[in-house]
Design a protein around this ligand. Structure first.
Ligand code: HEM
Length: 174
């Protein structure tokens, strides 16, 4: 059981920092870097990284939650229903809930906002001839849409800061 607890904790921590780190990297490096690109450069770049980044965040997030549930209920102190009403149980439930909200925020808010920076239906603008350009939908202007994506992404980072504080509380039995 001790080995299982150690392996679960190791996997949980390494995937947790990877998940969190992926969002910090996006807010601090990726999105500010995008602001320096022209629409023609931005679109192929976003199309090549966004889907992979999204899958990566959703997969690591899901695994962190599953491992967090096992850490609490399989090798941890949540061994009965009444344990859910202790300080530790409440923090554990709050962690699960907050992590699920963060995953939903990623999937339904941040990811669509970033995808909107390089819409599929404007893809042909890159190769379109001059007369065709006039009828294609315009690419959204960068500053407003980027600012929105950045704000949503930073809110997600804030959620992680709260989530990690729950880990500290559980470490000390709360
Ligand atoms: C980004 C997300 C997360 C990160 C970075 C993270 C990080 C950590 C770290 C570093 C520890 C070790 C704490 C220690 O022993 O000192 C830990 C423990 C733990 N985590 Fe997380 N965690 C995350 C999300 C979650 C979620 C969503 C849950 C619940 C579903 C959870 C449940 C737990 C539990 C039960 C422990 C064991 C606490 C204990 O009894 O010491 N974690 N986590």
């Amino acid at each position: 059981m001790l080995i299982a607890a150690m392996v679960l904790r190791y996997l949980h921590i390494i995937l947790g920092i990877t998940w969190f780190g992926g969002t910090v990297y996006r807010s601090l490096i990726l999105l500010p870097g995008l602001a320096t690109l022209s629409p023609e450069q931005r679109r192929p770049f976003l199309q090549s990284v966004q889907e992979g980044h999204e899958t990566f965040l959703l997969t690591t997030g899901f695994l962190v939650i599953v491992l967090g549930i096992m850490l609490g209920a399989v090798v941890g102190p949540i061994q009965s229903g009444s344990a859910l009403f202790t300080a530790y149980g409440v923090t554990w439930i709050a962690s699960m809930t907050l992590a699920a909200i963060i995953l939903g925020w990623e999937g339904f808010m941040v990811s669509p906002a970033i995808a909107a920076l390089a819409p599929d239906d404007a893809e042909e603008v890159v190769v379109a001839t001059e007369p065709a350009r006039a009828v294609l939908p315009p690419v959204p202007s960068m500053p407003g849409s980027l600012r929105r994506a950045q704000t949503l992404a930073w809110i997600e980072v804030g959620g992680f800061c709260l989530l990690v504080s729950f880990m500290v509380l559980m470490h000390f039995g709360y």
